[in-house]
Design a protein around this ligand. Structure first.
Ligand code: ATP
Ligand code: MG
Length: 483
């Protein structure tokens, strides 16, 4: 018997597909069953039985008529993306009937592309019929009977020059730039029939070629573009098993729930959503895990004369302006949020803001007003004169060493359920809008992007007020002890 390898001559006859379905998805499914062996993991060593959902994908890619030019499958980690790509590659090489099939595997780096080559080579080694009809080389696979070859490349324009693939596989499209994607798909368009197939988890940014394709796929019924997305519902609970199953078709099959559970507990939320739930989460992580803020709402109003700290974050026109009260036992009540209703030339009504501050001092026992001075210095001086310099203090929310720890304190209070709020919807929205950049001094809260309309000023005012309320609380308990 001829051995697979560079030198050995191939003496076996070509594979005989007499009586098989025509080239297309049905032939592919049978090819996998008869010639491919699961190389590792669950079911290793056994013939490859494509699951129903995998058959659906293959059907979409190789339909009886009208084959798509491009396919995109968005799948979370460990759902057999690379394995499925390798099977499709082998089918193309051995059984598709394509003349001189050329399979190119590209990825962000050649190393990742080589992974598919390795799996395909391993599948050939495990299958005596395929092994005696192929040469397995260091960087390629050759199938003399069909004139087929499988090659890998980094997806750079230069690396792709001169190829003419009938099947181009992009593993982990999220690692590929828009230019590279364009180069790859144009190189694959030379033959009358060819397929560019991308299989990937979502990117870390919606500003990516993959998201462009996902948007296109979600909105268009285009027979030349096959799109399939496995993802949990946006904003779903992190531990919702039904959502896990929705996003992970292999769950309970060759992907175990135990493994996913331990990852869910330890991985950062945004990463879990992206890699394991197939969701688009953006580059920055949301500050608080989904749902925890809303769960802290209680029906409690501020009483007249109640001791509070006020937090203030002011703006002139672009962002909003927020005045938030926090009691010394950490109940949060936004007193007012002034926001541009979308009118050009709108300015925050500074007089109204001053009135609201005066009303708060009048109505509650205000321990302190902690205010970001940016753009409001003269008002701060004015309020200092009116309500006492010691009660009106600057809280520079742009100072990282102060805001980082302050935001972390609120985060901890939220997670430990030591904070409540009155359920105000605008504050909830600002909290939802808040993303966090993790730094050495703590999580820096910020908007999702610089000029984003998703405001966070009430979050910032709340953090300032909370921080000072915590400080006054500590001061008071120290006094109590030393008395
Ligand atoms: N029907 C099947 N389809 C795909 N993989 C299977 C199947 N049955 C068992 N497996 C095994 O499941 C594992 C899937 O791993 P694979 O690397 O293909 O997943 P992936 O989605 O590419 O993962 P990653 O996100 O880490 O790149 C392999 O060990 C494979 O052998
Ligand atoms: Mg993979």
């Amino acid at each position: 018997m001829a051995r697979a390898g560079a030198k050995g001559a191939i003496t076996a006859d070509p594979l005989d597909f007499t009586g098989w379905p025509e080239p297309g998805w049905q032939r592919l499914v049978r090819f996998a069953e008869e010639f491919v062996i699961v190389p590792k993991g669950v079911g290793a060593g056994e013939p490859f039985e494509l699951r129903e959902w995998q058959v659906e994908i293959v059907k979409g890619l190789f339909p009886e008529s009208g084959r798509p030019r491009t396919g995109l499958v968005s799948l979370p980690r460990a759902n057999g993306k690379t394995t499925l790509a390798a099977i499709i590659a082998l089918y193309e090489l051995f059984a598709s009937g394509t003349l001189s099939p050329q399979v190119m595997v590209v990825a962000g780096t050649e190393q990742v592309a080589r992974h598919t080559l390795k799996i395909a080579s391993r599948m050939i080694e495990l299958s005596p019929e395929l092994a005696e009809r192929a040469h397995l080389l260091q960087a390629s696979i050759k199938v003399p009977h069909t004139g087929g070859e499988l090659l890998t490349a980094a997806s750079t324009v230069a690396a792709l020059q001169g190829f003419d693939p009938s099947l181009l596989i992009v593993d982990e499209l999220h690692t590929v730039t828009a230019d590279d994607w364009e180069a790859a798909s144009s190189v694959a368009g030379k033959r009358p029939q060819s397929l560019t197939l991308a299989i990937s988890t979502p990117s870390d940014s919606q500003d990516s070629v993959m998201f462009e394709l996902v948007k296109y796929g979600r909105l268009n019924e285009d027979p030349s573009f096959y799109f399939k997305e496995f993802a949990a519902d946006q904003g779903c609970d992190l531990f919702d098993r039904e959502q896990w199953a929705k996003a992970n078709p292999a769950l309970g099959d060759f992907l175990t729930a135990d493994g996913l559970l331990s990852v869910a507990k330890t991985m950062r939320e945004a990463a879990f959503r992206r890699y394991r739930l197939g969701q688009w989460v953006g580059a920055n992580d949301s500050w608080l895990p989904f749902g925890v803020w809303d769960a802290l709402a209680v029906d409690r109003h501020l009483k007249d004369g109640e001791r509070v700290v006020l937090g203030f974050d002011g703006s002139a026109s672009g962002d909003s302006t927020a005045l938030v009260a926090v009691t010394l036992d950490f109940h949060v009540v936004p007193l007012n949020i002034w926001a541009n209703p979308g009118e050009p030339g709108w300015r925050v009504p500074r007089g109204d803001v001053g009135d609201a501050v005066a009303e708060a001092f009048d109505r509650y026992d205000v321990v302190e007003l902690a205010a970001d001075p940016w753009g409001w210095r003269s008002e701060l001086e004015e309020w200092g004169k009116q309500f006492g310099d010691r009660r009106v203090v600057e809280f520079n929310t742009g100072y990282r060493n102060r805001m980082g720890p302050a935001a972390d304190r609120v985060y901890a209070a939220v997670m430990e359920k030591k904070l409540t709020h009155n359920g105000d919807q605008r504050l909830a929205e600002h909290v939802r809008n808040t993303v966090a950049q993790q730094t050495a001094v703590g999580a820096l809260v910020q908007k999702d992007k610089k000029n984003s309309p998703r405001k966070i000023d009430a979050t910032v005012a709340m953090i300032a007020a909370f921080d000072r309320a915590a400080w006054h609380g500590r001061k008071r308990s120290r006094k109590a002890v030393s008395f």
